[in-house]
Design a protein around this ligand. Structure first.
Ligand code: C5P
Length: 406
């Protein structure tokens, strides 16, 4: 398993600590994750602070230790909603019978239970308690109910317990806890640490203060790619042109209107990104002159158009080892036209989209893509845009894996 010491914001772990003697092991757990590059945010219940001080956790983790809902509300960065949406995972170690009961029943009466209820991140639980409490029918029922909701349990192990008894209830080994979580997350977050720039929507080129040249792109495909990549652990910037979709949580959205603005923003963010997915429908032409006043109704009119900059073409000149992925909406000679764009724009992949197909392509919930790379062509078929985005992400992952430099 690769180890990384540099903290990576895309790997944020909420470490919940509850009131149990095994809380003295929480600093080692935090350290284990920090060695793997995680930012660890400790959240202690009131009872936990009797066993380990917030100051200890704060000193080890290098950030505020959260002990009450008041801490969350008082600090924008740590509002329970923003913190829970930033988290790659929540781990509760040690977890008492009491927190299991609260989580199984959806109680939100302190910082930790509230964060868990507000979070969609994977939940890992390492229980530690007296054997009788662990074997109690009610505790077991709570564990079953949390497992049904996909919580992953690590331990407890059999051994000597703090109460002097022998039995099941010991906190799992620190290394087992750290490795189990990291292994589960590296499968789920296969884009952790990757920075990806996605464009979406359709540009508008003004004719006068009212009219523009635009296109039918809704931005759904680009948004679906941004969400998929973000959900798989990437840091994503989404340059959005005239989309009426809501901003995806955890994705930085940069709104633009024209092809010129899109070019500026893509260039400004290019050095940050390791890969660019250009799914936006960028206008190929813009009016030579933008009229200051609204054109009056009257005789026939002609508008002189000029070519807009080819954004991918510009990126191709400075590509380096970055991955470039384009989309090609075609109404004829789908494969040969898209293959030509792949070559001309020096792309690693292009997804050709047949816009003549019924209920597929612009504005539709579906797209019918063909993936073209320098080595071959693969028909992906008609898919919901969310499913197509997962395939785009899989192909991008293959490209990342084939590049030694990343
Ligand atoms: O050349 P064409 O517009 O058909 O190519 C489509 C691909 O090129 C898309 O990925 C689109 O985002 C990108 N494009 C661009 N700059 C333009 C026009 C399109 O980067 N001016």
């Amino acid at each position: 398993m690769p180890t990384r010491n540099k903290t990576d914001d895309s790997k944020t772990l909420i470490l919940g600590i509850t009131g149990c003697i095994a809380a003295y092991k929480s600093p080692d757990i935090a350290r284990g994750f920090m060695k793997l590059g995680y930012k660890v945010v400790p959240v202690l219940t009131k009872a936990a602070t009797q066993f380990i001080t917030p100051l200890t956790m704060q000193s080890i983790c290098g950030g505020k230790a959260i002990t009450s809902l008041f801490d969350l509300k008082n600090d924008n960065q740590f509002s329970h909603l923003s913190l829970s949406s930033q988290a790659s995972a929540v781990l509760i170690a040690p977890a008492t019978a009491n927190i299991l009961s609260k989580l199984a029943n959806g109680t939100a009466d302190d910082a930790l239970s509230t964060l868990v209820l507000a979070s969609k991140a994977p939940l890992f639980i390492a229980p530690a308690m007296n054997e009788k409490m662990y074997q109690n029918r009610k505790t077991q029922k709570n564990i079953d109910s949390l497992k049904k909701e996909n919580a992953v349990f690590i331990g407890p192990q059999i051994g000597s317990l703090a109460c002097g008894e022998e039995g099941v209830g010991r906190l799992a080994k620190v290394s087992l806890i750290v490795n189990s979580v990291e292994e589960a997350l590296s499968d789920k977050y296969d884009f952790a640490g990757k920075k990806i720039l996605v464009t979406a929507g359709g540009t508008r080129e003004a004719i006068d203060p009212v009219r523009f040249i635009g296109n039918r792109s809704s931005g759904k495909m680009g948004y679906a790619c941004a969400i998929e990549l973000k959900n798989r652990g990437a840091r994503v910037k989404l340059i959005s042109a005239n989309c009426s979709l809501s901003n995806p949580e955890g994705v930085e959205v940069i709104n633009v209107e024209t092809s010129k603005q899109m070019l500026e923003q893509v260039k400004a963010n290019f050095s940050w990104a390791q890969a660019v997915i250009m799914s936006a429908a960028v206008s190929d032409f813009s009016p030579k002159k933008v009229l200051k006043e609204k054109i009056k109704k009257g005789k026939d009119l002609s508008v002189n158009l000029q070519k807009t900059p080819d954004i991918l073409g510009e990126l191709a000149k400075v590509k380096g080892n970055k991955i470039l992925i384009g989309f090609a909406a075609e109404s004829q000679d789908l494969i040969s036209n898209a293959a030509k764009k792949l070559k001309d724009k020096k792309l690693d992949l292009i997804f050709a989209n047949d816009i003549t197909k019924k209920d597929s392509g612009f504005s539709s919930a579906y797209s019918e893509l063909t993936c073209i790379s320098p080595v071959g062509t693969e028909a992906i078929g008609r898919k919901l845009k969310e499913e197509a985005a997962a395939i785009v992400a899989d192909k991008l992952k293959e490209l990342f894996d084939s590049k030694i430099l990343f």
